[in-house]
Design a protein around this ligand. Structure first.
Ligand SMILES: C[S@@+](CC[C@H](N)C(=O)[O-])C[C@H]1O[C@@H](n2cnc3c(N)ncnc32)[C@H](O)[C@@H]1O
Length: 610
């Protein structure tokens, strides 16, 4: 990533800290970058700077980003082996340390949607028995994510979530509700206090016996991890246990904890200040045993470590061969006062140390003294002045040992360098391991999102499928209706044909009008008599026609027919061909359903006399 982008990212994090009060600056940049970029893709923004603008104008965006950054992946009894170890080893040890009425305080930091806290509560309830558990245990489960905490407080889980809960525990601690979900035991649930707590900014909870902070530390950089761990050190009672996630290791520089089981990531706080003690003083000689004295003298002489003995009045009582060579002493110097010898001030100022050892009756050491023996390479010596006591405890004199520690110091330096390299490599390994684990969690969360999308697609698919089936059934219904309609149409056209034949077979002209006197039927004989085709007259009022028939004279009898009367009139008329005729017109009412009169019929015939 370019420096400009780095700066933009930092600007974004500072904005979030200063305006929204949430500090992501201690989170690992690799994870942050991936998560923020993921959110940027969702809102179609391609740079941190533009995204900052987006955050500033859209007040809801922070929540969406917050949810994207904080990965809430979790499950019941996540990483099973650790839970077996807790059940069989750690919880019994923890309870052994407690008296029967002591409370047991547990802290689950970074608890997400609660499964880890409930898993622990089930194990503790199993180990202690329900009544004791309810009376003595308090579990604090904390997270920064309020939405996750809300879910945790409800303690309702899906069948998928329940897959990791052993069957016997599921039976004892869960009941299923009407929506097919599983509700955690209300009574046990009340011992778990869920609360918002920011591991970076808030003070730790205290007097904790068991602290589980799993798969959360790995999101922070090394400095913040160290800070949080020092808070955990404060939070834990002596003898309390700290449990981390499987990818999380204490950095080697954190000396506040020692592993109980490194593989399963269980630690205890260390006790402070070890203090370096002196080795026990050499056993006193027994001057009464000549053999022992001779053996000791021989051993003293050939010892590879330079050693001299000094009497209480400051004379050189003995110097072994190594001391004589190293310190340029001769046998003739034995018995001389130390003050007359170079030994008094080289390789170290000796008289004050002799006095101090005599006064304190304890060894006095000077380490890393530089010394060049004749014909040898420069060396480093540890000089140790030790009082020598007789069996009865009386002080006999002083032993001064000059130990060449050159090689030792070199080895120590080499060791320190390798140790340092090892620590760096370990830290890198650790951080790669954590990186892998966070990537894994991100993948898991993406996978969960994909699964949700998949489920949504599947449900959309099912929805489409049901709609399809509904359409198919509507289609079948329509086809039935269609068949019926077709049948009716056939029947109707049959009737129409029949009616047409009837109308055509009548000797006179037949007109049918509705109640408004509009023409509904005009048969072929009418066309022939009056010279107008059916298409021209249908829908027109009969009295308004301009034909050879005096239609106005027909209005009265037509209205009578509409009132239910039958009548016949004779009128003078002129046919299409211009012939004058007498036309007899017979009127009848047209009865519709239920006896209602819906129109009138007029049958016109030319009288024979014409
Ligand atoms: C991957 S989950 C781990 C859940 C559970 N401990 C487990 O191992 O299954 C990490 C949790 O750490 C929380 N978290 C992130 N930053 C935090 C902070 N500063 N303080 C407290 N919790 C934090 C997240 O909200 C998330 O719920």
């Amino acid at each position: 990533m370019s420096t400009a982008t780095d700066q933009d990212l930092e600007g974004l994090l500072e904005y979030l800290r200063d305006s929204r009060g949430f500090d992501f600056t201690g989170y690992k940049r690799s994870t942050l970058t991936r998560r923020i970029q993921k959110r940027m893709e969702q809102v179609h923004v391609d740079s941190f700077a533009t995204y900052l603008d987006h955050l500033q104008v859209d007040p809801d965006e922070f929540t969406a980003l917050f949810n994207c950054i904080l990965i809430n992946v979790t499950s019941f009894f996540r990483d099973e082996p650790i839970w077996t170890f807790l059940r069989d080893d750690i919880i019994p040890r923890l309870l052994e340390q407690k008296r029967d009425d002591d409370t047991v305080r547990v802290w689950v930091a970074g608890c997400a949607s609660g499964q880890e806290a409930y898993s622990l509560s089930m194990l503790l309830a199993e180990a202690m028995g329900r009544p004791a558990f309810l009376a003595r245990v308090k579990i604090y489960a904390t997270d920064v994510d309020e939405e996750a905490l809300d879910e945790a407080r409800q303690g309702i889980y899906t069948g998928d979530d329940m897959k990791a809960v052993p069957e016997d525990l599921a039976e004892r601690y869960f009941t299923s509700n009407s929506t097919g979900k599983f509700v955690f035991d209300r009574e046990i649930r009340r011992t778990v206090v869920f609360g918002r707590h920011d591991l970076v900014q808030d003070a730790p909870i205290s007097k904790i016996d068991l602290l589980s902070c799993r798969n959360t530390l790995m999101y922070f950089n090394a400095d913040i991890q160290t800070k949080i761990l020092s808070n955990f050190r404060f939070a834990l009672n002596p003898g309390g246990f700290l449990i981390l996630g499987k990818a999380e290791m204490l950095f080697t520089r954190v000396r506040a904890f020692a592993p109980v089981d490194l593989k399963r990531r269980v630690f205890v706080p260390t006790s402070d200040g070890t203090g370096e003690g002196f080795p026990p003083a050499p056993r006193a000689m027994d001057p009464a045993d000549p053999d022992e004295t001779a053996q000791r003298a021989a051993a003293f002489e050939v010892s590879p470590v330079a050693q001299v003995l000094v009497t209480l009045d400051g004379r050189l009582a003995e110097a072994n061969e190594e001391a004589r060579t190293m310190l340029r002493l001769s046998r003739g110097d034995i018995g001389r006062s130390i003050g007359d010898l170079e030994l008094a001030y080289r390789p170290v100022e000796l008289r004050s140390r002799l006095d101090e050892a005599e006064r304190s009756r304890a060894p006095v050491s000077v380490t890393g003294v530089e010394w060049v023996s004749p014909g040898s390479e420069p060396a480093k010596l540890d000089v140790r002045v030790m009082p020598v006591f007789a069996r009865g405890g009386a002080l006999l004199g002083m032993s001064v040992v000059f130990q060449d520690v050159t090689r030792f110091i070199e080895l120590e330096e080499e060791l320190q360098a390798s140790h340092h390299e090892l620590e760096t490599a370990l830290e890198e390994l650790q951080s790669t391991n954590e990186e892998l684990e966070t990537t894994n969690e991100e993948l898991q969360s993406t996978n969960e999102e994909l699964e949700t999308t998949n489920e949504e697609l599947q449900s959309t698919n099912e929805e489409l499928e049901t709609m399809n089936e509904e359409l198919q059934s509507t289609n079948e219904e329509l086809e039935t209706v269609n068949d019926e309609a077709r049948q009716r149409t056939d029947e109707l056209s049959g009737s129409n044909e029949f009616l047409g034949l009837v109308l055509a077979s009548i000797r006179g002209g037949l007109v049918v009008v509705d109640r408004e006197l509009r023409i509904e039927v005009w048969n072929a004989q009418c066309e022939d008599m009056w010279g107008m085709r059916a298409e021209e007259v249908l829908g027109q009022q009969l009295p308004a026609l301009d034909i050879g028939l005096p239609v106005q004279e027909l209005t009265r009898p037509l209205r009578d027919a509409l009132d239910g009367e039958h009548s016949t009139v004779e009128v003078a008329a002129t046919t299409r061909k211009g012939r004058s005729i007498t036309c007899q017109v017979s009127f009848s009412p047209l009865s519709g359903p239920e006896g209602m009169i819906t129109g009138a019929l007029a049958l016109m015939e030319q009288l024979e006399k014409d």
